[in-house]
Write a protein that binds this ligand. Structure first.
Ligand code: DX5
Ligand code: ZN
Length: 216
């Protein structure tokens, strides 16, 4: 089980301090939300920030690209040093082609689906995926409420793992906290993204430890 703090809820003016703090609690994945102001109504991190983060950490940089034209932007994030590159099914034209180029660059391939997109659209691509990211909120902002019906997607993926059709990781993003982490785990989730539940907690160390306990 992997707990991946989402730096979207960190203080961007002191990112290095923020990531070192959560790494001190034991994490070695950092979730990086890239938003372009078009695919989602928010604008966040670009490749220059990922490149700077890369120079400060050996943690897995789990880059979630909520962007239109991912074909154009994926090479920028490969160059910046992203480890996992997750693109949105809804935004990509040639999914297989883009997954192939991510793999060819030696990075892990991920695809995400928005809440209204059925998970079964990924069936033909399962063998090409190192990770599937289930959105349990509408992408765009931290601090939203978890959508429990999205867990059916995790259950579907877990059944595909059982049959051997999918060998990647099941990741969930949005509204993960002490209450929701346990049900997500029970549905088969293996990578838990948490932004506000860690960075906005009064006692971050305790919040991290409690969440870690809930997913172990
Ligand atoms: C939402 C982002 C999430 C966000 C989650 O579009 O993809 O990664 O940081 O934030 P919380 O954990 O606060 O729901
Ligand atoms: Zn995300």
């Amino acid at each position: 089980m992997i707990l991946a703090p989402s730096i979207l809820s960190a203080d961007f003016a002191r990112l290095e301090v923020e990531i070192k703090e959560v790494e001190g609690y034991g994490c070695n994945w950092l979730h990086v939300d890239v938003m372009d102001g078009h695919f989602v109504p928010n604008l966040t991190i670009g490749p220059v920030v990922v490149e700077s983060l890369r120079s400060k950490t050996r943690s897995t940089l789990d880059c979630h690209l909520m962007v239109n034209e991912p074909e154009k932007m994926v090479p920028w994030f490969i160059k910046a040093g992203a480890d996992v590159i997750t693109i949105h099914f809804e935004a990509v034209k040639d999914l297989r082609g883009l997954l192939n180029s991510i793999r060819a660059a030696g990075r892990k391939t991920g695809v995400s689906v928005k809440p209204k997109t059925p998970i079964t659209v990924l069936e033909p691509f399962l063998a090409d995926l190192d990770l599937v990211l289930i959105m349990s909120v509408e992408p765009g902002f931290g601090g939203q409420s978890f959508m429990p019906e999205q867990l059916d997607k995790a259950k579907w993926l877990a059944s595909k793992k059982k049959s051997g059709a999918f060998k990647g990781l099941i990741e969930i993003d949005g509204g993960i906290n002490l209450k929701t982490a346990g049900v997500a785990k029970a549905a088969g989730v293996e990578v838990f993204v948490a932004g506000s539940a860690i960075f906005s907690a009064k006692d971050r160390k305790q919040a991290y430890a409690d969440l870690e306990k809930a997913i172990k």
